[in-house]
Design a protein around this ligand. Structure first.
Ligand code: PLP
Length: 356
């Protein structure tokens, strides 16, 4: 079966196989990794290696702290203003879809949120042009969602702005090379391209540490996490171990340039097929189409249920679109191989022939 779930998403088979082999007895220690103290040299060593490997993959400089946290990307929606904005102070947000909207709603609890531009009126099919953005000189940061997991809108270029860029890269980090130095803060829930749910990654430029307001909970304070090497409290050790294996897998395949090549090809296969069909449609403006999340609709939504049932019977799982937008969505994360997309396209063509 191929898993097109938007998250928690497919993990590399090689990683799951290795984890299964090591499940009961990690490296001859007679214990499962998840039974070990997070202060033990074994666990500390794996976490250090995970960080080192991630730094190599993304060429993260020493001027950035890498934090392994919990609470998902949603917790960072609050942590961002609490760490960076003065109480009720200005913070700018670009609105490109459902996840931007959630970050904005949470940001409003702590900061004077300015929405610099929004494509809500256009139903989030595009990214508003940079010269239309209403940026404020005194904003503590500019928050971006470079890949909208639900709407399938993606932009890869970091805009130039007066404030540090804060990017929710939950569904695109590690899918292609990224110049970390353009960003003040990057955060991501792990459950797409990093590992299992339960782990949250934050990469923060060190000069932005130490700005948290006094009421910022210790668990959300990036400076506290950095000072404790992500072990202020008990970290999600098993998720970290799996993330370490995923990073190693990525490096073994040739790192992010190699992954980008694979992901570009997968996305081209699916968008190319959709665009050549009168039965399927993707609503996003072509320059802003996500490589990771491909929403599509059928010409007749009365066929949605049948499409999903037959897809599942054919081993093509989790193609239902997000409940807020309906239709279908195929997520093509790193662990989804080209063969999965090829099989999907064959199924879609056959379904169209029979029902179109
Ligand atoms: N931001 C984006 C872009 C997402 O795709 C998601 C989840 O899919 C979230 C935030 C929320 O992440 P979490 O469930 O880890 O809080």
């Amino acid at each position: 079966a191929w898993n097109f779930c938007a998250g928690p998403a497919a993990l590399p088979e090689a990683v799951l196989t290795r984890a299964a082999e090591e499940m009961l007895d990690w490296h001859g220690r007679g214990l499962s990794f998840m039974e070990m103290s997070h202060r033990s040299p074994e666990v500390v060593g794996v976490v250090e290696e995970a960080e080192a490997c991630l730094r190599r993959l993304l060429a993260i400089g020493d001027d950035y702290a890498v934090l392994f946290l919990q609470g998902g990307a949603s917790t960072q929606f609050a942590a961002v203003p609490l760490n960076l904005a003065a109480p009720g102070g200005p913070a700018d947000y670009l609105d490109t879809g459902q996840w931007s909207k959630k970050a904005i709603a949470e940001g409003r609890r702590y900061a004077d949120v300015g929405v610099v531009a929004s494509d809500a009126a256009g139903n989030y099919r595009t990214v508003p042009p940079r010269d239309s953005w209403q940026l404020r000189e005194d904003a503590a940061y500019l928050h971006l969602t470079p890949n909208e997991t639900i709407g399938g809108v993606e932009f890869t270029e970091a805009p130039v702005a007066p404030a540090p860029l804060v990017a929710d890269l939950s569904s695109t980090l590690l899918s292609r090379p990224l110049d970390v130095s353009h960003y003040g803060v990057i955060y991501a829930g792990a459950q797409k391209n990093i590992g299992p749910a339960g782990l949250t990654l934050v990469i923060v430029r060190r000069d932005l540490l130490g700005r948290a307001r006094p009421e910022c909970p210790a668990m959300l304070n990036w400076e506290t996490a950095a000072a404790a090497d992500s072990m202020y409290n008990t970290p999600p050790t098993f998720a970290l171990y799996l993330a370490a294996l995923v990073f190693e897998w990525l490096e073994g395949l040739g790192g992010l340039p190699a992954m980008a090549e694979r992901n570009r090809r997968k996305a081209e296969t699916l968008y190319g097929f959709i665009d050549n069909s009168a039965f399927y449609a993707n609503p996003v403006d072509p320059p802003w189409r996500s490589w990771m999340n491909v929403p599509f609709v059928l010409a007749d939504d009365g066929l949605d249920k049948r499409f999903l049932e037959e897809a599942e019977a054919a081993g093509l799982l989790n193609l239902k679109g997000h409940r807020s937008v309906g239709g279908m969505r195929a997520s093509l994360y790193n662990a989804v191989p080209q063969a999965a997309v090829d099989d999907l396209v064959v199924f879609m063509a056959d379904f169209e022939r029979r029902c179109g």
